[in-house]
Every structure is written in C-alpha cells, then in structure tokens.
Design a protein around this ligand. Structure first.
Ligand SMILES: CC(C)(COP(=O)(O)OP(=O)(O)OC[C@H]1O[C@@H](n2cnc3c(N)ncnc32)[C@H](O)[C@@H]1OP(=O)(O)O)[C@@H](O)C(=O)NCCC(=O)NCCS
Length: 258
C-alpha cells in the first residue's frame, strides 16, 4: 500500500478511535473498547486494494446495534448498488442463445421468482399464486422448453432471463431473474426476438404484457391495443394486448433500446 494511503487511513482510524471512545462508552465496557480500538488500528494497517472492509473483528456490539460485517456480507449489502453501477458492464457480457438441454431448471426458477419477487409488486398474492406455484416446476418446464425452444440471456454463465417467440410473432413467456432485474436483460431478449422475427419475414409481433412488463414493451416500440381481464382458475388478472408492426412500418417502430 502506498505510504500516502497508509497515512490517510491511519489518520481516519485514529480519528474514529477518538470518537468511538465516547460513542461506545455507554454500551461497551472499558476493556472491550480497548480491544475494538486495537483491532481497528490493526485493520487500518492491513487495508489494501481489496477495499475498505473491517475484517475479523473479535468483538461485536449488538447491544449498541453495531454489527461488524464480514467481507461477504459487505458484498451482499452492496450488490444492489453494484448492480446498477455495472449495468453497462453486464450488458456487454450478456450472451443470447437458444435454449439448451438442461436450461429448464434455471428457467423454472426464474419463472417462479420473477412472479413472486417482481410481479408481486403489481399483483396480489392471490393473483401471483394463481399465476405460479411458489415451488418451481422443472418437469413442466423441461417439456415446455423442448416445444417452445426459448431464447435465453446468459450473464457470467448464469441464465438471467428467457423469452419464448412463436413462429407467428407471438411473445409468449418473457421473464427475467430478479437478481438481474433492470439490467437490460429483457430489452436485449426482445431486441433479439425482433431481429429473428424480421429475418423470418414476420409482419408483426404481439404480447400479452403484464402490468410490470408494459413499460418495457412500450420502450421497445410495442403499442397497447387493449386491456385484457384474464381468468386463471377463477382469479382475474389484468394484462395488456400489445403489438409491434414490423414490415412496412419500420420507421415508426423505434429500435429496442433501454
Ligand atoms: C418485466 C420483466 C420481464 C422486465 O425484465 P428486465 O430484464 O428487468 O427489463 P429491462 O432491464 O430490459 O427493463 C427495461 C426497461 O423496462 C422498464 N421496466 C422493466 N421492469 C420494470 C418494472 N418491474 N416496472 C416498471 N418498469 C419496468 C423500465 O423502463 C426499464 O428501464 P430502466 O431500468 O432503465 O428504468 C421482469 O421484470 C419480469 O420478469 N417481471 C415479472 C414477470 C412478468 O411480468 N413477465 C412479463 C410477462 S409478459
């Protein structure tokens, strides 16, 4: 570590120790306070290019509501922020390919989690349960994938989303993994599907978009034709019939960019 950094962090830690003395006084007994101070000092010496993570602290002060996190915890806590920062990065690492045997397990999980973790913000629990069981059903998806041959988006070796395009231009299922949400996964899949449909000479694409998928498809140039009330085993759900004209109307159809 460069000497400048060492001095900077040592200074910061020294200042913290001074402040901690009074902050921790009411909740941490004197001998423990000294140990915390010593450990902070030691960690300042070990601060390296790994980042600023207070590691291996022997003491926790739950009574004060202070939780000292391990590095893994920090990574977990920072993941949402890191996800948005690395949006462009993950887009560049994304691969779109056709379904391969064995993908169905990941697809089954994405379907279930996307409904119960994303769509659940727009639909009630009863509606979500009518849409999908809480438990993924890989057997069902194994058969369905063989028939539908969805496109899958792969990021870092993990399936981040999938989309089924029927030969008539109908987008059937379109789901993104909640851990990859709002990273452009579905935009890239729709863009890919559009290219495939155009190359096949398909005249239009259409989808029955959920409430949360509507803004995405609008961004991709789809236009709402009507609102549907779908009956799923006695439970009603709203979705939107949306259409994108391809042939002869390419100028009025914006390209699918987020
Ligand atoms: C809808 C869904 C497929 C979007 O996937 P995604 O990979 O997160 O979408 P993208 O990152 O490409 O989103 C592009 C844009 O669409 C819009 N969008 C995406 N998800 C949205 C949501 N949940 N609510 C509102 N707008 C949303 C945003 O404008 C977003 O751009 P921004 O992130 O820069 O604001 C995903 O949220 C999902 O699986 N939802 C639950 C299942 C579902 O409803 N599937 C659709 C069935 S038709």
């Amino acid at each position: 570590m460069p000497i400048g950094q060492y001095l900077l962090w040592s200074g910061v830690v020294l200042w913290l120790i001074t402040r901690f003395g009074s902050w921790l006084r009411p909740v941490v007994p004197e001998p423990f306070r000294a140990a915390v101070a010593a450990q902070l000092w030691w960690d300042s010496l070990r601060f390296s290019s790994d980042g600023f993570v207070v590691r291996n602290l022997p003491l926790h002060a739950p009574r004060a509501g202070i939780v000292l996190h391990s590095r893994a915890d920090f990574t977990k806590l920072l993941r949402p922020a890191m996800a948005s920062v690395s949006k462009k990065e993950s887009q560049s690492e994304m691969i779109i390919r056709i379904f391969q045997v064995g993908d169905h397990e990941a697809i089954a999980e994405i379907f279930t989690r996307a409904i119960h973790e994303i769509a659940s913000e727009d639909y009630t629990l009863e509606q979500c349960l009518a849409w999908s069981d809480r438990q993924p059903n890989p057997k069902h998806w194994e058969q369905r994938c063989q028939k539908k041959k969805p496109f899958v988006a792969v990021i870092g070796g993990r399936i981040a989303g999938f989309l089924e395009l029927d030969p008539d231009g109908h987008i059937d299922c379109a789901y993104s993994h909640p851990e990859f949400a709002r990273q452009g996964v579905m935009t890239a899949l729709v863009h890919h599907a559009r290219r495939v449909a155009e190359e096949a000479g398909t005249r239009r694409m259409w989808v029955e978009a959920s409430i949360c998928a509507r803004p995405l498809f609008e961004k991709c140039g789809f236009v709402v034709q009507r609102e549907n009330l779908v009956d799923l085993g006695g439970v009603e759900l709203i979705n939107y019939w949306m259409e994108l004209r391809l042939i002869g109307e390419t100028q009025s159809s914006p390209s699918c960019e987020s």
